[in-house]
Write a protein that binds this ligand. Structure first.
Ligand SMILES: C[S@@+](CC[C@H](N)C(=O)[O-])C[C@H]1O[C@@H](n2cnc3c(N)ncnc32)[C@H](O)[C@@H]1O
Length: 253
């Protein structure tokens, strides 16, 4: 399973700072994955609580195990599509998502569903990727594995919320106001050295898809190119690539 917590450690700090969870908050974490954001929100909410929702059973299993290991009694996880899952109305005082909102089939419907679960005036803070061509991690891995002209995304497109005007429009349509978009330029980490980074990258769905499209000889050459790329980004203090994200804040009307 890909380790988003290590990849996104720098982004995580920025998100928690912007989220500013207060004791007593009830936090909803959308597309929570293995739940680090949910657990950190639950800790900060102390007498409050946090609920993570995700479609992935295996990720939630890991999230639950980790919450139990950490002795957190005020965190819960539910499996479901945040676009349609019936969440308790006007229950949460704060919403958050760390790169978990870019995959909805109908973002307006999804954000309206999330909005209904938030109290009037509650903040919703998300990190989403800027455009594919602004992501060194993406362009480098794509060029290595699939060539410069391959399509930016394979299956699920992580760049659907890259346009701030579109994001503001869809959130406003869904019942949010005061949409605020901040540019976040933090690097992503793929491992302590190139070997570990290779293992990590090959767990990414896009990498698997690009490789699957190649014959055996081409795949071998692509893997050689990937190793060279990762070597070039091995700083001696980990393998890092630049990235650009938007930190999107909004308030439920
Ligand atoms: C890039 S991962 C981020 C996971 C987590 N927020 C983190 O930062 O580690 C995106 C997550 O969104 C989840 N996801 C995708 N579509 C979803 C949906 N419609 N409803 C709920 N979760 C979804 C995926 O299963 C995945 O765990």
């Amino acid at each position: 399973m890909f380790d988003y917590d290590s990849e996104l450690a720098r982004h995580h700090e920025r998100l928690l700072e912007a989220l500013d969870v207060r004791p007593g908050d009830r936090v909803l974490d959308v597309g929570c994955g293995t739940g680090l954001t949910t657990r950190d929100a639950a800790r900060a909410a102390s007498v409050g609580s946090a609920l993570g929702i995700d479609v992935s059973g295996p990720m939630l299993e890991r999230a639950r195990r980790q919450a139990e290991a950490e002795g957190l009694g005020n965190v819960d996880f539910v499996q479901g599509d945040a676009q349609a899952h019936p969440l308790p109305p006007e229950y949460f005082s704060l919403g958050v998502s760390r790169f978990g909102t870019m995959f909805f089939s109908d973002p307006a419907v999804a954000f309206a569903n999330i909005g209904r679960a938030l109290r009037p005036g509650a903040r919703f803070v998300q990190l989403v990727w800027q455009a594919a061509d602004r992501q060194e991690w993406h362009t480098s891995i794509r060029t290595a594995l699939a060539g410069r002209h391959a399509s930016a995304s394979t299956g699920d497109d992580p760049f659907t919320l890259a346009d701030p005007d579109d994001v503001a429009e869809v959130l406003t349509t869904a019942g949010f106001t005061a949409v605020d978009v901040v540019d976040v330029g933090e690097p992503v980490w793929y491992g302590p050295d190139a070997d570990h980074a290779r293992t990590a990258v090959l767990q990414l769905r896009m990498a698997k898809d690009w490789l699957a499209a190649l014959d055996a000889a081409s795949a071998e050459r692509a893997l050689d190119r990937l190793c060279a790329t990762l070597d070039a980004h091995d700083t001696g203090d980990g393998v890092w690539f630049d990235s650009r994200a938007w930190l999107v804040g909004a308030r439920r009307v």
